[in-house]
Structures are given as C-alpha cells and as structure tokens.
Design a protein. Sequence first.
Length: 498
Amino acid sequence: MPEHADVLVVGAGPTGLAVAAELALAGIGAVVLDALPERSGQSKALALQPRSAELLDARGWLDPLRPHVHALLPRGHFAGLPLDYSVLETPFPHQIGVEQARIEEVLEQRIAEAGSPVRWAHACTAVRQSADGVAATVETPTGATEITADYLVAADGAHSAVRRALGVPFPGRAARMRMAVADITLARKPSGLADEWAPPQFGGGGFGYLLPLGDGVYRVLFGGEEQQALDRTVPVTAAEVQRALEAVHGGDVAVAAVRWGSRFSDASRQVERYRHGRVLLAGDAAHIHLPAGGQGLNLGLQDAFNLGWKLAAAVRGYGSESLLDTYHDERHPVAARVLVNTRAQGVLTIPDTDLLALREVVGDLLTEPDANRRIAMEVSGLGIRNPVLGAAPHPLLGARLPAALAAEAAGPLRSGRAVLIGPEPLGEAAAPWRGRVEHVPSAARAGLLARPDGYICWAAAGPYDAAGLDAALARWFGRPDTEAAMYRRNEIREEPIR
Ligand SMILES: Cc1cc2nc3c(=O)[nH]c(=O)nc-3n(C[C@H](O)[C@H](O)[C@H](O)COP(=O)(O)OP(=O)(O)OC[C@H]3O[C@@H](n4cnc5c(N)ncnc54)[C@H](O)[C@@H]3O)c2cc1C
C-alpha cells in the first residue's frame, strides 16, 4: 500500500513551508517534499513586505526572525523609485530586510516541531488524480515510491514539475531581459561603496548593483549583453561578475569569490486556474515575474496563508468545495496585478533616454501623497481587498483587520482560528462554531468576523446587528457539528460562497 497523506506539499521553499506550517497549526501533518538534498541556505529574496510581516507576526513567527533582521527600511520601491511606507497604517510600516533563507528556517523548524519534517532529496516526478485523491511518484535516495493524498499543493517553484505533469499551461510573456544574481566577496572594494544594508533595487539601469549583506559578503545583480546569451543553467563565475562590476566601477573593484549565483529573467507568466481538482498551485509555481519591488516571496507566503486554513477545513470535512475555490478567486487577481506592476517596473528600468524621462515623471508623481499611497498599498500587500459575495456592503468587508483590531484578536489569530469581535450576544451566535471561531467580546464595537488569515468576511451594519451572521459563519466555517448547534441545526443553512 502506498503511503497516504491528508495533504502532500511538493516544494519546501517559503510557499510550501508556509502552507505546511498553517496546516500544522490546524493539527494536520502534511508530507512536505523537496528535490534538493538539503536546504541550500541561499536567499534570492532579501525583504519582507508589511502585509507578510503582519501575517507572520499574527502567528508568532516574526519574533524568531528579529535577530536576523538587517534593517527596517521606512520605504519600499517601484522600479527603484522610493515609496514612503511611513504613511501606512500598520505596525510594520517598512520593508524588513531579512534573508529568504532565515524565513525558510523558521517555517521549517515550525513544521518539524509539529512532527512533519521536510523530506529532502525527494523529487516529485509524476502526478495523477481522480475524483477521490491524488497520487504522486517520488524519486527518493532509495528508489521510486508512490504517495497518495487527499490534496496536493504544488509549491515547486517556477519550473514546477507538478504543473508540467498535469499539463497545466503557464501562459504569459517570455523573457526579454536576462540577469544574474550572486553573493560574492571582494578582494578590492570600490571606493565610496556604502556599507549600509539595503535591499536590491532595480532602476537607473539597475545593473551592476552591489550591496553589502554583512560579514564581507556583497549581493550583486547585473544583466548586460553577455547575460542575454546565457542559459539559466550556466553557472555564474567570478570572471563574469568581475566583468559586470568593471562596467560600472572600472578597475576600482576586484571579485575574490562567488558564494552562490543564479540567473533570472523578466518572464511574466501566470496559470489560468490555481485549482485543478485536488491540486492547488501556489507561489512561483503559479506566477512568475521580474523580482522588482520585492514581491514574489511575499505573494507566495500570502498564497499560503490564504490556502492553509481552507485546505485544513477541507481535510477536516467541514470546508465546502466553494470555500476551496475562493483560493483561486482571491489570489489570482492579486498576482495578476503584480504581473502588471512588475512589467511596468521592467519598462522603467530599461536604460533608454526617453524611458529615463518617463522614470523622472513617474518619480515626481510618486512624491504626491495620493499616488504614493496607492502604489505603496499595492506593493506592500496592505491594499488587498478580497471579493465577498452575498454579503451586505460594508467599508471593511474583504479588507484585512485594521491593526488595532488585529491586536485585540491576537489570541485566536495566533492559533489559526477565525475571530468574531463584537458585543456579548454575538458570542452566543458563534457558539456552534466553537473551535473554529472564537468570540472576542467588545462592547464598543459593532460585530466583525475575520477569517484565520485576518480578512473580514462579515461586518455588522450597527452595534447589535447580527443580520447575516449565521449565514456567513456557515459559508466560511462550514456546518457546525457541535452540541451547541444541535438545537439550532435546522436554522443554520450552509450556502455556497458564490
Ligand atoms: C534575484 C531575485 C531577487 C528576489 N528578491 C525578492 C525580494 O526581495 N522579495 C520577494 O518577495 N521576492 C523576491 N524574489 C522572488 C522570490 O525569491 C520567489 O518568489 C520565491 O522564492 C518563491 O518561493 P516558492 O516557495 O514559491 O518557490 P521556490 O523558492 O522556488 O521553492 C520551490 C522549491 O521546490 C523545490 N522543487 C522543485 N522541483 C521539485 C520537485 N519536482 N519535487 C520536489 N521539490 C521540488 C525546489 O528545490 C525548491 O526548494 C527574488 C527573486 C530573485 C530571482
């Protein structure tokens, strides 16, 4: 008999690890596989955006990262043009400079503590599914094996084997610019090179960009003529980096060694559907784009926070099919918009004189408070507004809990539960969903129902209004099967979300 898992997560990058950590919070031990022999320790991403920081903090996973934080920058950027984050209403009005590898370590430790450590050197090579389940062929150090699962999360990155195995198209635009990233040490440091830490930024040409990561290690990003002809599998060498840096710094620089290097491009692609039966695509497996503005890892993390509690509900048997479908409905438009903004950023980084003029105009526009806020809300992830169909309109519906309310709801959110904030009688209404939804009494507030990922899915029109609350609870958190529900069972109808 093949091994069976509730959920099989393919890929232990930030996205897969975060899905597994969310499932672990719900008491579900996913099987997590990665093709690599061990964690590489390499960090493509170097910064967390405010919304990801809020989500990690809600679960208590930001604190272990704090000792590794290089910098709290009060700004984001759009193609290298500064965005003022200090105007954002969040406890984290900054980009948090922390390496991707540190985030992965924290999440990996979390799932190991919960009893489902990553299985390294396990490569998924084939997938088939039926109405009842998914079966994956996995190459392990001791030979091929099969793992079956109720659900499979494809978090295996841009070149996703699962996506290919299922024949899921990855439409979009092919690469037009090819670039390289490397962490290097220097034998001679260019004069005037600042030692201040800052995340990599594209802009003003964006090539030959060199920034200190500490301990004598520098991150370099470059993409000249030479790189356009090189396949992504060609290793990045010290001689290649030296040539790229000399183009910017002349003879004033000498590369000592390349710690690691990788190639990337501005290819811009997104799958049309995030859900294919029992397979859910997330992170780079679902969307790729130029890493401008520091959004890719953050998108993947937020895919995971959106998907985790919904998958847990499906595994526990109370999550409806339509709840799982909302993962696509909510997350696809968010990444589609990031593909638009990163393509725009790509254009703004091309070193053409007319485009530099456009860059100047856009840079001027971004100093206007409204323009800054609009783009900062987008790049930071704080502006996300999920569609909430079938609910009475309310200004907060679909938005994240404002920071003050998230602080009041800290207990339930930390344990991955939904939260109903509001006056005492609402607590009775939520009682049948105890264990899934926690009531936080607040005499001063009209009721608000927030999902485990902090997005508001019901809001009262007035102080003691509970209209539509039962329906919202049943829609988002399933039909209750607790004793408290017994006497109300016939009153509570579970309706599809759309
Ligand atoms: C130069 C550069 C700078 C960047 N900077 C930022 C930034 O500042 N901020 C930001 O938000 N994003 C940034 N990004 C993007 C970010 O790094 C990615 O979006 C992020 O790594 C995606 O995470 P993921 O978990 O979806 O995929 P990945 O990180 O690619 O992880 C996928 C995992 O799946 C595994 N895998 C692959 N195939 C298989 C298989 N068949 N079976 C089992 N396992 C498999 C891989 O080994 C890997 O561990 C940057 C990217 C680049 C290239």
